[in-house]
Ligand binder design. Sequence first.
Ligand SMILES: [Zn+2]
Length: 131
Amino acid sequence: MNAMRDHIVEIADGIHVRVPSQERLHRILERAAAEAEDKPLPPNQCPACLAKKCPVSAEGSGLYDCVECGAIFGECYLARSYEIVKPRMTTDAVPPDRECYFDFTCLGSDQKITHRHGWYDPRTGLITQIG
Ligand SMILES: [Zn+2]
């Protein structure tokens, strides 16, 4: 299991919460500090694990694939984002180490949805957790 991955903890019968790994928590705090100083992340820095200099994704030129956690993120048209991560939740019990983070800034002026993010199953393209 990847050290950057979150832990899934059952806090009550059937109720699971996602707890960031210590490494990710550290990066989240780093990012919060950078944002407080009004220094936005570079476009190729992973918003999930904050790995830097991620390569452009084969899925599209405005998108990046995280080398550490497998996240996909960046800018693309809403329709393109739906091709990668479908606008539907999975009904499968997806193991946490198979989930990947997604974070799309959706382009196009005639739409209400400008940002989609959460976790999905790359094998099916279905959402496992929104936000
Ligand atoms: Zn990452």
